[in-house]
Design a protein around this ligand. Sequence first.
Ligand code: ADP
Ligand code: AMP
Length: 213
Amino acid sequence: MKIIMLGAPGAGKGTQAKRIAAKYNVPHISTGDIFRANIKNNTELGQKAKAFMDKGELVPDSLVLDLIMDRFTEDDCKNGYVLDGFPRTIPQAEALSDALKANGEKVDFAINIDVPDENIINRMGGRRACVGCGATYHIQFNAPKVEGVCDACGEKLILRDDDKPETVKNRLNVYHTQTQPLIDFYEKAGVLVNIDGTQDMDKVFADIVKVLG
Ligand code: ADP
Ligand code: AMP
Protein backbone atom coordinates (compact mmCIF):
# COMPACT_ATOMS: atom_id res chain seq x y z
CA MET A 1 0.00 0.00 0.00
CA LYS A 2 1.46 3.35 -1.10
CA ILE A 3 0.04 6.27 0.80
CA ILE A 4 0.74 10.00 0.68
CA MET A 5 -0.18 12.40 3.46
CA LEU A 6 -1.27 15.85 2.28
CA GLY A 7 -2.12 18.89 4.39
CA ALA A 8 -0.73 22.14 5.74
CA PRO A 9 2.24 22.11 8.09
CA GLY A 10 0.82 21.14 11.49
CA ALA A 11 -2.31 19.50 10.07
CA GLY A 12 -1.40 16.21 11.73
CA LYS A 13 0.34 14.34 8.89
CA GLY A 14 3.12 12.97 11.08
CA THR A 15 0.76 12.05 13.91
CA GLN A 16 -1.48 10.03 11.59
CA ALA A 17 1.34 8.64 9.42
CA LYS A 18 2.90 7.00 12.50
CA ARG A 19 -0.41 5.32 13.32
CA ILE A 20 -0.95 4.19 9.72
CA ALA A 21 2.59 2.79 9.60
CA ALA A 22 2.00 0.77 12.77
CA LYS A 23 -1.41 -0.58 11.74
CA TYR A 24 -0.62 -1.44 8.11
CA ASN A 25 2.99 -2.45 8.65
CA VAL A 26 4.59 -0.05 6.19
CA PRO A 27 7.48 2.35 6.88
CA HIS A 28 6.72 5.98 7.77
CA ILE A 29 8.96 8.11 5.58
CA SER A 30 9.16 11.78 6.56
CA THR A 31 11.44 13.93 4.40
CA GLY A 32 11.42 16.55 7.19
CA ASP A 33 12.70 13.94 9.69
CA ILE A 34 15.39 12.84 7.23
CA PHE A 35 16.54 16.44 6.78
CA ARG A 36 16.52 17.04 10.55
CA ALA A 37 18.62 13.90 11.11
CA ASN A 38 21.08 15.17 8.50
CA ILE A 39 21.24 18.56 10.22
CA LYS A 40 21.88 16.90 13.57
CA ASN A 41 24.70 14.82 12.05
CA ASN A 42 26.04 17.91 10.25
CA THR A 43 26.12 16.22 6.83
CA GLU A 44 26.57 18.17 3.59
CA LEU A 45 22.90 17.57 2.76
CA GLY A 46 21.90 18.80 6.21
CA GLN A 47 23.91 22.00 5.82
CA LYS A 48 22.30 22.71 2.44
CA ALA A 49 18.76 21.94 3.67
CA LYS A 50 19.04 23.95 6.91
CA ALA A 51 19.32 27.30 5.14
CA PHE A 52 15.93 26.74 3.47
CA MET A 53 14.21 25.10 6.43
CA ASP A 54 15.12 27.89 8.87
CA LYS A 55 13.33 30.38 6.62
CA GLY A 56 10.29 28.17 6.17
CA GLU A 57 11.13 27.70 2.48
CA LEU A 58 11.10 24.40 0.63
CA VAL A 59 14.36 22.57 0.04
CA PRO A 60 15.01 22.49 -3.75
CA ASP A 61 13.35 19.59 -5.61
CA SER A 62 16.68 18.20 -6.83
CA LEU A 63 17.92 17.62 -3.27
CA VAL A 64 14.64 16.09 -2.13
CA LEU A 65 14.27 13.79 -5.12
CA ASP A 66 17.74 12.24 -4.86
CA LEU A 67 17.14 11.54 -1.21
CA ILE A 68 13.68 10.01 -1.54
CA MET A 69 14.45 7.88 -4.62
CA ASP A 70 17.38 6.46 -2.70
CA ARG A 71 15.15 5.74 0.32
CA PHE A 72 12.68 3.81 -1.89
CA THR A 73 15.42 1.31 -2.77
CA GLU A 74 15.62 0.12 0.86
CA ASP A 75 14.23 -3.28 1.69
CA ASP A 76 11.42 -2.10 3.97
CA CYS A 77 9.72 -0.32 1.05
CA LYS A 78 8.85 -3.48 -0.85
CA ASN A 79 5.27 -3.60 0.51
CA GLY A 80 4.73 0.14 0.24
CA TYR A 81 5.10 3.13 2.54
CA VAL A 82 3.37 6.12 4.01
CA LEU A 83 4.97 9.35 2.81
CA ASP A 84 4.80 12.35 5.13
CA GLY A 85 5.93 15.70 3.73
CA PHE A 86 6.65 14.36 0.24
CA PRO A 87 5.64 15.26 -2.43
CA ARG A 88 5.34 18.98 -1.71
CA THR A 89 5.46 20.41 -5.25
CA ILE A 90 3.97 19.39 -8.61
CA PRO A 91 7.42 18.46 -10.03
CA GLN A 92 7.96 16.18 -7.00
CA ALA A 93 4.53 14.57 -7.53
CA GLU A 94 5.28 14.06 -11.23
CA ALA A 95 8.69 12.55 -10.44
CA LEU A 96 7.04 10.14 -7.99
CA SER A 97 4.36 9.14 -10.53
CA ASP A 98 7.00 8.58 -13.22
CA ALA A 99 9.19 6.48 -10.93
CA LEU A 100 6.20 4.34 -9.89
CA LYS A 101 4.87 4.05 -13.45
CA ALA A 102 8.22 2.67 -14.58
CA ASN A 103 7.49 -0.34 -12.31
CA GLY A 104 3.78 -0.55 -13.21
CA GLU A 105 2.84 0.93 -9.81
CA LYS A 106 0.95 3.97 -8.53
CA VAL A 107 -0.02 5.87 -5.39
CA ASP A 108 -3.02 4.11 -3.81
CA PHE A 109 -4.30 6.86 -1.50
CA ALA A 110 -3.52 10.55 -1.09
CA ILE A 111 -4.95 11.44 2.32
CA ASN A 112 -5.60 15.16 2.65
CA ILE A 113 -5.92 16.23 6.28
CA ASP A 114 -7.90 19.42 6.11
CA VAL A 115 -7.30 22.01 8.87
CA PRO A 116 -7.95 25.77 8.46
CA ASP A 117 -5.03 28.19 8.89
CA GLU A 118 -6.43 29.65 12.13
CA ASN A 119 -6.08 26.28 13.90
CA ILE A 120 -2.60 25.71 12.47
CA ILE A 121 -0.92 28.59 14.30
CA ASN A 122 -2.04 27.16 17.67
CA ARG A 123 -1.06 23.62 16.69
CA MET A 124 2.47 24.63 15.71
CA GLY A 125 3.09 26.86 18.72
CA GLY A 126 2.18 23.95 21.01
CA ARG A 127 4.10 21.25 19.14
CA ARG A 128 7.12 19.83 20.94
CA ALA A 129 9.59 17.52 19.23
CA CYS A 130 12.01 15.09 20.86
CA VAL A 131 15.68 15.82 20.09
CA GLY A 132 16.44 12.11 20.51
CA CYS A 133 13.83 10.04 18.66
CA GLY A 134 11.78 12.70 16.83
CA ALA A 135 8.51 11.82 18.63
CA THR A 136 5.99 14.65 18.53
CA TYR A 137 3.79 15.99 21.31
CA HIS A 138 1.43 18.90 21.86
CA ILE A 139 1.41 20.81 25.15
CA GLN A 140 -2.41 20.86 25.15
CA PHE A 141 -3.68 18.06 22.88
CA ASN A 142 -1.06 15.35 23.40
CA ALA A 143 1.05 16.27 26.41
CA PRO A 144 4.01 14.12 27.55
CA LYS A 145 3.73 12.53 31.00
CA VAL A 146 6.52 14.78 32.34
CA GLU A 147 6.72 18.31 30.92
CA GLY A 148 9.64 18.75 28.53
CA VAL A 149 10.65 15.06 28.58
CA CYS A 150 9.97 12.44 25.87
CA ASP A 151 7.77 9.52 27.07
CA ALA A 152 9.43 7.20 24.57
CA CYS A 153 13.17 7.83 25.11
CA GLY A 154 13.54 10.30 28.02
CA GLU A 155 15.31 12.95 25.91
CA LYS A 156 14.52 16.66 25.93
CA LEU A 157 11.51 18.12 24.06
CA ILE A 158 11.97 21.36 22.11
CA LEU A 159 9.98 23.86 20.04
CA ARG A 160 11.31 23.41 16.50
CA ASP A 161 12.97 26.59 15.15
CA ASP A 162 10.63 26.52 12.16
CA ASP A 163 7.56 26.29 14.46
CA LYS A 164 8.08 29.85 15.71
CA PRO A 165 5.16 32.11 14.66
CA GLU A 166 7.01 34.18 12.02
CA THR A 167 8.29 31.08 10.23
CA VAL A 168 4.93 29.34 10.50
CA LYS A 169 3.29 32.20 8.57
CA ASN A 170 5.80 31.79 5.77
CA ARG A 171 5.39 28.02 5.78
CA LEU A 172 1.64 28.45 5.39
CA ASN A 173 2.17 30.78 2.41
CA VAL A 174 4.56 28.31 0.87
CA TYR A 175 2.02 25.54 1.47
CA HIS A 176 -0.80 27.44 -0.23
CA THR A 177 1.23 28.39 -3.29
CA GLN A 178 3.38 25.30 -3.86
CA THR A 179 1.79 22.31 -2.13
CA GLN A 180 -1.97 22.86 -2.15
CA PRO A 181 -2.12 22.33 -5.97
CA LEU A 182 -1.33 18.66 -5.22
CA ILE A 183 -4.89 18.24 -3.94
CA ASP A 184 -6.13 18.76 -7.49
CA PHE A 185 -3.36 16.63 -8.92
CA TYR A 186 -4.37 13.60 -6.82
CA GLU A 187 -8.08 14.26 -7.24
CA LYS A 188 -7.58 14.00 -11.00
CA ALA A 189 -5.61 10.79 -10.41
CA GLY A 190 -8.70 9.44 -8.58
CA VAL A 191 -6.90 8.66 -5.31
CA LEU A 192 -7.73 11.70 -3.15
CA VAL A 193 -9.33 11.18 0.27
CA ASN A 194 -10.42 14.27 2.24
CA ILE A 195 -10.39 13.97 6.03
CA ASP A 196 -11.60 16.56 8.55
CA GLY A 197 -8.41 17.23 10.51
CA THR A 198 -10.05 19.49 13.11
CA GLN A 199 -11.40 16.45 14.98
CA ASP A 200 -9.46 14.84 17.81
CA MET A 201 -6.56 12.57 16.82
CA ASP A 202 -8.43 9.29 17.43
CA LYS A 203 -11.41 10.38 15.34
CA VAL A 204 -9.13 11.51 12.50
CA PHE A 205 -7.45 8.11 12.57
CA ALA A 206 -10.80 6.28 12.66
CA ASP A 207 -11.90 8.18 9.53
CA ILE A 208 -8.66 7.24 7.77
CA VAL A 209 -9.04 3.55 8.69
CA LYS A 210 -12.60 3.55 7.31
CA VAL A 211 -11.13 4.43 3.91
CA LEU A 212 -7.98 2.27 3.99
CA GLY A 213 -9.91 -0.76 5.24
P1 ADP B 1 2.42 17.74 10.53
O1 ADP B 1 3.20 16.44 10.45
O2 ADP B 1 1.28 17.79 9.55
O3 ADP B 1 3.30 18.95 10.46
P2 ADP B 1 1.96 16.97 13.32
O4 ADP B 1 1.45 15.57 13.19
O5 ADP B 1 3.35 17.13 13.82
O6 ADP B 1 1.73 17.80 11.95
O7 ADP B 1 0.94 17.76 14.28
C1 ADP B 1 1.17 19.14 14.60
C2 ADP B 1 0.87 19.37 16.09
O8 ADP B 1 -0.54 19.25 16.31
C3 ADP B 1 1.54 18.36 17.02
O9 ADP B 1 1.90 19.01 18.21
C4 ADP B 1 0.45 17.31 17.26
O10 ADP B 1 0.59 16.68 18.52
C5 ADP B 1 -0.83 18.16 17.19
N1 ADP B 1 -1.96 17.45 16.57
C6 ADP B 1 -1.94 16.54 15.56
N2 ADP B 1 -3.20 16.12 15.26
C7 ADP B 1 -4.03 16.80 16.09
C8 ADP B 1 -5.47 16.83 16.28
N3 ADP B 1 -6.28 16.06 15.54
N4 ADP B 1 -5.96 17.66 17.22
C9 ADP B 1 -5.13 18.46 17.97
N5 ADP B 1 -3.79 18.47 17.86
C10 ADP B 1 -3.23 17.67 16.93
P1 AMP C 1 8.16 18.91 7.85
O1 AMP C 1 8.87 18.17 8.94
O2 AMP C 1 7.45 18.00 6.89
O3 AMP C 1 7.26 20.00 8.39
O4 AMP C 1 9.29 19.64 6.98
C1 AMP C 1 10.13 20.63 7.56
C2 AMP C 1 10.85 21.39 6.45
O5 AMP C 1 11.68 20.49 5.69
C3 AMP C 1 9.96 22.08 5.40
O6 AMP C 1 9.48 23.35 5.83
C4 AMP C 1 10.93 22.18 4.22
O7 AMP C 1 11.86 23.23 4.39
C5 AMP C 1 11.71 20.86 4.31
N1 AMP C 1 11.07 19.78 3.51
C6 AMP C 1 10.57 18.61 4.00
N2 AMP C 1 10.06 17.87 3.00
C7 AMP C 1 10.24 18.58 1.85
C8 AMP C 1 9.92 18.36 0.48
N3 AMP C 1 9.29 17.25 0.07
N4 AMP C 1 10.25 19.33 -0.41
C9 AMP C 1 10.89 20.44 -0.03
N5 AMP C 1 11.22 20.72 1.24
C10 AMP C 1 10.90 19.81 2.18
